[in-house]
Design a protein around this ligand. Structure first.
Ligand SMILES: *Cc1c(COP(=O)(O)O)cnc(C)c1O
Length: 391
């Protein structure tokens, strides 16, 4: 098959299955209200949970850094790209997370790929929740370790797998803290107990919980009181922190090891210093302004309760990520389109991002949504449900 035919066949198959995706444009800055494809809409699909992505104080800090440190970092961290703001950011995160040491990566995707492929190889085995993020899966594949996927949050299945996995050098259990398409949370206490019993390491991905959960905003491990029992804490600066990049926290030895072994850290240019500088300030705001977190969780509860009252299945969501299960990809797309025409932006999530026949709308709420934003969305959800004759 020649290349043109190969590409065309692939794309037309996607179109037939209603799974084809295209890029849509946003004008202006991120926020609870944005201009999407030229239309003003209330934004219910951003991970900018605390509204920090366009916070004036953060923009100011970034500007100041741009003036002093310039735009680009010029090189990888190990060469000559390790600038003041990078070092300060890692100190800030380590102190905030109460850990020995921290290493910043350019993205969450790169952090997961780098950490997992550095830590494990053919002699090791990795246990991964079936709904873990794609970057975790890619990291495991790249590591070439034995890859065991356990059914979503199924601790009995995980224990059976641990029992049967003799003869490996290292055993690592890895899980999202908050599952990004379902909005439910990992049973970290149970995972930590199994890890102790079967001498496994634990790595968690707090992408959707850092800045959101825990009384101080440190994440799900804080909320569940298991921070000390986690070997590898990964989280992102691109979601609640409103910036860009990711962290890995752990022992001094772990960070030293990653600096020397993680290829997605070693062979890439350091993040722009202004991004690091703004991230420092954002973490300070997360620490000092718990009100944002409270408002976020209040909005999430109202949205989830309202959707459930209107007869929608929100799966086991307990976070600001609220799935609305519609099953058919075509239904999800039509529903999303009708909401958009009425000024509400909610994306349809389809396979392969989620399993077959579990297409859904993925609603995410922000601290900066007003009561009216939420009530308007709820009303329109009910209207569209009726219009599409969904029961
Ligand atoms: C978003 C996300 C990532 C990737 O982070 P980026 O900084 O966007 O690359 C990793 N893990 C999970 C669970 C995520 O939701």
């Amino acid at each position: 098959m020649n290349e043109a035919i190969f590409l065309k066949t692939f794309l037309s198959k996607l179109q037939d299955q209603k799974l084809h995706r295209t890029l849509k444009g946003v004008s202006g800055a991120q926020g609870a209200h944005i201009v999407f494809e030229g239309r003003k809409v209330v934004n219910f699909c951003s991970n900018n949970y605390l509204g920090l992505a366009n916070d004036v104080r953060l923009v100011k800090v970034a500007k100041k850094s741009l003036k002093g440190e310039g735009l680009g970092s010029g090189a990888a961290r190990l060469i000559c790209g390790n600038m003041n703001s990078h070092v300060q950011l890692e100190k800030k995160i380590a102190t905030f997370k109460n850990v020995e040491s921290c290493l910043v990566f350019s993205t969450g995707y790169m952090a997961n790929v780098g950490i997992l492929s550095a830590l494990c190889d053919r002699e090791d085995i990795i246990f991964s929740d079936k709904l873990n993020h794609a970057s975790i899966i890619d990291g495991i594949l790249l590591s070439r370790a034995k890859f065991k996927r356990y059914p979503h949050k199924d601790m009995n299945a995980l224990e059976e797998m641990l029992k049967e996995s003799l003869g490996y050098r290292k055993r690592l259990i890895v899980t999202d803290s908050v599952f990004s398409m379902d909005g439910d949370i990992a049973p970290l206490k149970e995972i930590v107990n199994l890890a102790k019993k079967y001498e496994a390491m634990v790595m968690i991905d707090e992408a959707h919980s850092f800045g959101v959960l825990g009384s101080q905003g440190r994440g799900l491990a804080e909320e569940l009181g298991v921070e000390e029992d986690i070997d590898i804490h990964m989280g992102t600066l691109s979601k609640a922190v409103g910036s860009f990049g990711a962290y890995c926290c752990g022992s001094k030895a772990l960070i030293d090891f990653l600096i020397n072994k993680a290829r997605s850290f070693i062979y890439t240019t350091a993040m722009p210093p202004s991004i690091a500088a703004a991230s420092i300030q954002a973490i300070e705001m997360i620490k000092r302004e718990p009100k944002r977190r409270e408002k976020l969780l209040e909005n999430a509860t109202r949205m989830r309760d309202g959707l459930q009252a209107a007869g929608f299945d929100t799966l086991n969501s307990v976070t600001p990520i609220i799935p609305v299960l519609l099953k058919e990809a075509s239904t999800a797309v039509a529903f999303s389109q009708k909401l958009f025409e009425r000024g509400i932006l909610v994306q349809a999530i389809r396979p392969p991002t989620v399993p077959e026949n579990t297409a859904r709308l993925r609603v995410t709420v922000m601290a900066t949504h007003s009561k009216q934003d939420i009530e308007k969305a709820l009303q329109l959800f009910s209207e569209v449900k009726e219009e599409l004759c969904l029961t």
